[in-house]
Each structure stands twice: as C-alpha cells, then as structure tokens.
Design a protein around this ligand. Sequence first.
Ligand SMILES: Cc1ncc(COP(=O)(O)O)c(C=O)c1O
Length: 477
Amino acid sequence: MGSQQDQPIVRMVQQHITGRPVSLHVPGHKNGTVFPASLTEWEKILPYDLTEIAGLDDLHEPEEGIAEAEHLAAEVFGAAKTWFLINGSTAGNLAMVMAAFSPGDQVLVQRDAHKSVMNAVKLAGARAVFARPEIDETTQLSIGISREILADAWARYPSLKGVIITSPSYEGWSSDISSLAEFVHGHNGVLLVDEAHGAHFAASPQLPKEALAQGADVVVQSAHKMLPALTMSAYLHASGSRVSRERLSYYLRMLQSSSPSYLLLASLDAARHYVHTIQHKGWCAEQLSVQKQELEAVIGSRLIQPPEHVAADPLKWLVPVPEGYTGWEVQEALEQEDIYSELAGSSYVLWALPLTNGRIDIPLKAVRRVWAGLELRDVKRAPSFSMSELFPRLSEGAWEEEPGGEEWILLESAEGRNAAAPLVPYPPGIPLWLEGEYVDVERIRYARDLLQNGGRLQGGRKEDDRFFVKVKHRKKG
Ligand SMILES: Cc1ncc(COP(=O)(O)O)c(C=O)c1O
C-alpha cells in the first residue's frame, strides 16, 4: 500500500506534462495548443486533460496510478474496494443496482430516491416495492426509512432480495443505517446506499457516521457534491462479498465513458488526500457554529433542525424564510445579491457549505439587505404537501412495460391516467411519479403548486402558462 501523502494520479499526470509531450493523439485540443480563443482562460488546465496513453493507466483495467489511487481511497473511506467514477453518482447507482440484482428480483426502494436509482431498477429489470420514508411532522421532510417498514415489507414480500436507501437526504439528514443493515442481512438481503451527499462523512467523527462504517454492502458517493472535487466525480465503494465485485466492475465498464477525464480522476485523487488530511489534523466545528449563530442573528430565527434522534450534516444549512414567503421567492431575492443557494423548498432555502477549518464566505450584509427588503406579509402560506399525502407506505412499482400508445395532455387533466414518463422536480431529482404510475389529484396539485412557486419539473412540456405531461392511452373496454 502506498502512502496517503501521495497523490498517484496527480503525480502521474504532472510527470507526463513536465516532459513537454508532443500530442499526436486525442483530445483534439492537443494539450491546449489548439483551442477556441473564447476559452483562453482554460490554458493552465488543458494540458491536464489527457487520455489513456502510455504511463497514464486505464480506468477500466487499472494497474498503475489509478489502481494505487483507488487503493488509497478504499483505505481512507473504509472500503474493501473503491472505484473512481467519472459519470457521477448516477453511473454508480446504475452499476450498483445492476450488479446486485437480476431481472425479476424484488427489491425494496426508498420512494424519495434520486431518479438514477429508479432508472437503475428499471434497467436491472428488477421489481420495485416502494417504501415511503418516515416524515418529520414539524418540517414535513424525509427522515429515512425505518426498521418497522422493513419488517412490514418483508412480511408482505418475503422474497425481497435487498434494499436501496438514500442517506443522507439532500438536506443532510441521515438514517440509522446500522439498524437497517442488521435487519437486511438477517434476512439474507443486500443493503445498497446512495450516499451521494455524504462523501465527506469519513473526514471527521463530528460528521454523521458513514454508511460503510454502519454495515452497508455497496455505497455511492458524489465526491463533487460536498468534497472539493470536480463536477461529475464520484466514488463507488464495496465491502464484504454479498455483491460481486466482478459484476460491479463489469457494469462500470459498460456504463462509464471509454474516455475518462483525467481532470476528474486527478480531482478524485486529490479529494481523497484532502479527506485524509482532515482525518489526520482534525476538523473543528466551532468556527461553523459561530457563523451559524451570526446568521441566525441576522435573519432573526434559528436554522431548521431535524428531530433529536436524526443525525444532521452540519454543512447543510436549512435557512427558514419569513412567514408569508416561499423559499423560491427568497432564493430569487438572494440571487439578486449574487448569492446562489443549493435549492429552495416551500419554507426554506438550503445552503451547502464547504468542508474547511477556515472561515466560510457568507456575505451577511447582503443577507441582511435581502431579509430587510422582505416586507411583512400578513398571509400564512398553506403548508406544502407532505410526502405522506403523495406516496403510499408500501406500494409495488409498475415494472412491466404495457403496450399501447401515449399522449401529451394538460397537467390538470391527468387525474386517473397512468403516466407514460417520469415527472421529476429538479432539484432534488426525486420523481413525483414514475412511468406507469397512477396519477392522482394530490400529485397534480403538488406539481401545480411547485410550478406556480417557481420550482422546475423535468419530464413535462411547458407552453406559455400551460404545462403538459405524458400519459398512456386509456385502456379500452
Ligand atoms: C441523492 C442523489 N443521488 C444521486 C444523485 C446523482 O448524482 P450525480 O449528479 O453525481 O450523478 C443525486 C444528484 O443530485 C442525488 O441528489
């Protein structure tokens, strides 16, 4: 095993560049010497944008620097094996689910999963049983699935082969994974965790405990979300032998680009080194909590917290907006001050903060201006829908393609029809309905509410003020 001080991919690429290589290979920008003038500022990084040539290893059959870097990452994140991903957690979720399950397998899926998990189940040909997560009554936010629902699911569907959960949630709230892992393994199932938002958890015991350390079999993490890494870079980690590592490699070779970006690979290597450094030197939450209090003083209220038994990521701040306003309105007001939030909900904006020991750049004066500009509104907004109104506690997914045509109709007319395409609020990317699902009035109202408040929906079609969705033709007879 190499040293954690080393960054094998970064080193390998730097060595290559130092030799002032002549590029007679792809990519066409030839180490940045042939490039559109509008992007001259990229000059410094273009030589790093390489491909698999001699001395640079091969992501799909790693033996040198990439293999070393993946070994070092496995050590830091506590995995038996780690793969570097250059197509985001999306590719990780697809490979993880396709490797773990075979066509026809029944699998329990947390209903507020990212669309990539839903797509993965579909591509694997598995049969989903959806489990609604527990909902925090105060905030109506998801707090993950409980052991009780696992027990109910296994009682009703004893042939379940495993469970796919999402933890932490987009808002940074974590499930009690060890208790879920104990149950699932006790029933001979596998536990897969989409930990896209928790790649930084291994850095400090002051952060929620990582899924791997709690017994998950395979875990996907978007390095780019909460670690200092480039967009689309991610990790896939495996532990134990319940899911075949050969199958994981097989699907990754199938699903990932055959021309992986060395910018992304180097950034995954450097992000691992960053986590190792913090593990070693320690991370101090003190600075962050001082800044949190400063913000609370400016906005005149406490940040939103989960119930006591739920571990929350201190780097995700749920900032409540004043009474009478929606999170989308405040998000827009903040953008006028050049402050961009991670997402907005009906009553909050979500901020994702960096993992650092230094002071974080939060322009409090601008935030004060925004809050001062929000006039008092004497309207109480009706609380947004809760997930418990939208999704049943346990439900079987529509998994077999039904023949028959499809049509675009007005959102308002879709009640009682079966969806022909998923409709996905984005962010966070959790499908409101999936292909084949029955469209009910609650979900139509939810979609309408979201659109009226400035939320975005993928999978529909907008024409002026009208919004169309794709549904299946009514069955005859
Ligand atoms: C929970 C969750 N899983 C997976 C993904 C997909 O991650 P990526 O963008 O790295 O492909 C996202 C993206 O937002 C997500 O929120």
